[in-house]
Design a binder for this molecule. Structure first.
Ligand code: SF4
Ligand code: SF4
Length: 193
């Protein structure tokens, strides 16, 4: 019997259930790094400075339930927002699917392993600093969050898990989800208006 086609290949973002939507987040943490927007040109710069609620080890939000109260500019990501915003990393699963591109082998849904986003060197683990004590964001401008990653291949690739089993195996990312609608949170520092 052939495996069923995975949901991310058959559904649009706005057709996905909440569980499917949440499982799409690879837990890379890149979207929780601060960005800077030039007031005059509108040009975007990425930094390696993480939101104070981001765990630098797990790359997940440490207080997801209260994130909007504690970090008011944490952006609620929805299917419409994915189409609108310009700062999602090129490796972000939501952006990839919105652009009609496939998920990479290291995505937890494809690999069946939540750690492959880290072991492949795609996540922010090991190269982000906390905003606590980081100093001016302008001193931390980097380009890697905005570039497509060059993932490290595992020595022995894991066999891909069946799609539904993989989705079930991936714990909900703490920086994903909302009670009533597909949503996800990420961060961008816009200049004050
Ligand atoms: S929303 Fe996208 S960029 Fe942010 S952690 Fe999830 S997959 Fe990574
Ligand atoms: S989900 Fe929001 S509050 Fe949590 S770490 Fe990311 S940007 Fe910060």
């Amino acid at each position: 019997m052939t495996d069923p086609v995975p949901f991310w290949k058959t559904k649009r973002l706005d057709e996905m259930s909440r569980a499917e939507w949440e499982s799409l987040c690879d837990g890379c943490g890149r979207c929780c790094l601060h960005k800077l927007r030039d007031e005059e040109s509108g040009a975007l710069s990425f930094t390696n400075v993480a939101c104070r609620l981001l765990s630098l080890e797990t790359c997940r939000c440490t207080d997801y339930a209260n994130r909007r109260r504690r970090v008011p500019d944490c952006v609620n990501l929805t299917p419409a927002a994915v189409r609108r915003i310009d700062w999602l990393p090129p490796s972000c699963a939501y952006r990839l699917l919105e652009e009609g591109k496939p998920l990479a082998w290291w995505h937890p849904l494809v690999s069946g392993d939540p750690d492959t986003v880290h072991t492949a060197g795609v996540s922010a683990r090991g190269r982000a600093v906390s905003e606590r004590g980081a100093g001016p964001l302008e001193h931390h401008v980097v380009d890697w969050p905005g570039r497509s990653p060059r993932p490290r291949r595992p020595l022995t690739p894991r066999p891909a898990a069946p799609p539904q089993a993989a989705a079930d195996a991936v714990p909900p990312a703490p920086n994903v989800g909302a009670p009533d609608a597909p949503a996800l949170n990420a961060l961008v520092k816009e200049p004050p208006r």
